[in-house]
Write a protein that binds this ligand. Structure first.
Ligand code: FE2
Length: 452
């Protein structure tokens, strides 16, 4: 006879994936509390909240957004956010620009490439070290984006920030950062990304510096996972590999500043405590990190190759179906196996504007010149493609299965033309000879048939 009670189910010690300080999933309805019993159950707004906390809703979408797009989080905090706010004074951050930012004497029409921005010997924080390279669209109408490079050497101390204009997609390339946010702590290193939602207060600490990386500032609708269509329910970026932090708070009564980015301008207010005082929260509007080494690439297994949209990690839709405000696209290590195929990206001209950055290693269409930390811009309807060396090599290669190893690059692709900032055109290390990489592509046609 089986002595065991039918009720003696074995229970997991902790939910899988919740070990450490993160909860798995993308856009889940999470709940988390840093003190036991701090999170109200069964309702959002009880008459009195445990521990004397204040209940407050953070709305990331309009109240009336359709269900599958509706995002909000309920916070239970030591003080309501109005106590972390006061009179605002304008603050000048001259290198952080917002669209529209069209400079009279800067020509954005062109194929551009930059060497990595050198680290500065000055103290630079997340705010003072942000260098805008391009802007697109209009921050005031919440369309478009900006691309930035950050150089950070120093942590923000008793200083906090939020952007009312945008969510930030952060792509580290060197060094390690810690985002201490209202909803928890995200540690971030190269080959990972984080998405910090619009309106979320945080400070950035430099854990290992100097730190450098890329930021896509999304003025428009939030990033989401692309539909996979016939690919099915798996591969590309999987929901479980996105990680949202558990609740974490600090109760620090020290003079502090809060900087707000609002319609392209920066404003500062002085407060008497840390605003990172959310003890418990529940909801689906939250910061998230993702390890790009978990991205499962899909590709051709016989001939030709698909459009690079096959490598989309996240997409921020626009009002026009299938035409993204921003696609975040990842070129990572992968096998190429196609027969009788020109394997690198083909020559092309695109209505979308492509800002590429190199995180690590070598990119197959540009073996030289596009180095880790570097950027390239192929703007709306400007032709580009492999350079001569890459073309010749790919045209004559013995087409065995080949692993493209040691490579990780990305693209911020937007439906809007990208305008160079004065910094990108005049101060950043622009490669003046980039256009020459195609110069030696010779005419092979002589009117006679046969491959040349
Ligand atoms: Fe392209």
């Amino acid at each position: 006879m089986n002595e065991q009670s039918p009720q003696a189910l074995r229970t997991a010690a902790a939910s899988a994936g919740t070990a450490g300080s993160y909860m798995p999933g993308f856009g889940n309805d999470f709940e988390t509390e840093a003190l036991p019993g701090a999170l109200p159950q069964g309702r959002n707004s009880p008459q009195r909240v445990n521990y004397g906390l204040y209940g407050e809703q953070l709305s990331g979408t309009a109240f009336t957004a359709p269900g599958h797009r509706n995002e909000r989080t309920w916070c239970y905090r030591i003080r309501p956010s109005v106590r972390h706010s006061g009179r605002y004074a304008r603050l000048d951050l001259p290198y952080w620009k917002s669209a529209p930012n069209v400079i009279e004497d800067v020509t954005s029409l062109g194929q551009y490439r930059w060497d990595p921005l050198p680290h500065s010997d000055r103290d630079l924080t997340w705010l003072t070290g942000m260098r805008t390279m391009t802007t697109a669209g209009d921050v005031n109408t919440q369309v478009g984006m900006a691309s930035h490079i950050y150089l950070a050497t120093r942590s923000m101390e008793d200083a906090y920030f939020y952007s009312a204009d945008s969510e930030l997609l952060v792509v580290p390339q060197e060094g390690r950062l810690r985002f201490a946010t209202e909803l928890g702590v995200i540690d971030l290193e190269p080959k990972e990304i984080a998405v910090i939602p619009r309106g979320l207060v945080y400070r950035v600490e430099v854990v290992e510096g100097p730190a450098r990386g890329f930021v896509c500032e999304n003025y428009g609708q939030k990033f989401e996972l692309p539909d996979r269509g016939p690919i099915g329910a798996n591969c590309m970026a999987n929901r479980r590999d996105f990680k949202t932090p558990v609740a974490a708070f600090e109760d620090r009564e020290v003079p502090s500043t809060l900087t707000v980015k609002w319609c392209g301008q920066f404003h500062e207010t002085r407060i008497g405590q840390s605003p990172l005082d959310v003890v418990a929260w529940h909801g689906n509007y939250a910061p998230v990190k993702y390890d790009m080494r978990t991205y499962c690439p899909i590709g051709s297994i016989l001939f030709d190759h698909p459009d690079p949209s096959i490598f989309t990690v996240l997409t921020a839709p626009s009002s026009s179906p299938g035409t993204a405000n921003i696609d975040f696209v990842l070129f990572r290590e992968r096998w190429t196996v196609m027969e009788d195929t020109f394997r690198p990206p083909w020559f092309h001209k695109n209505v979308m504007s492509e800002m590429m950055g190199n995180i690590h290693g070598q990119y197959d269409a540009k073996p030289k010149g596009f180095v880790p930390g570097g950027l390239s811009l192929h703007n709306m309807m400007l032709p580009h493609g492999p350079d001569r060396d890459a073309f010749e090599r790919a045209s004559n290669a013995d087409l065995k299965p080949e692993k493209l190893g040691d490579t990780m690059s990305f693209m911020f692709e937007t439906r809007f033309p990208q305008h160079l900032t004065a910094f990108a055109a005049k101060e950043a290390p622009l490669q003046d000879d980039y256009i020459d990489c195609w110069k030696s592509l010779e005419k092979k046609f002589d009117g006679t048939p046969g491959t040349k």
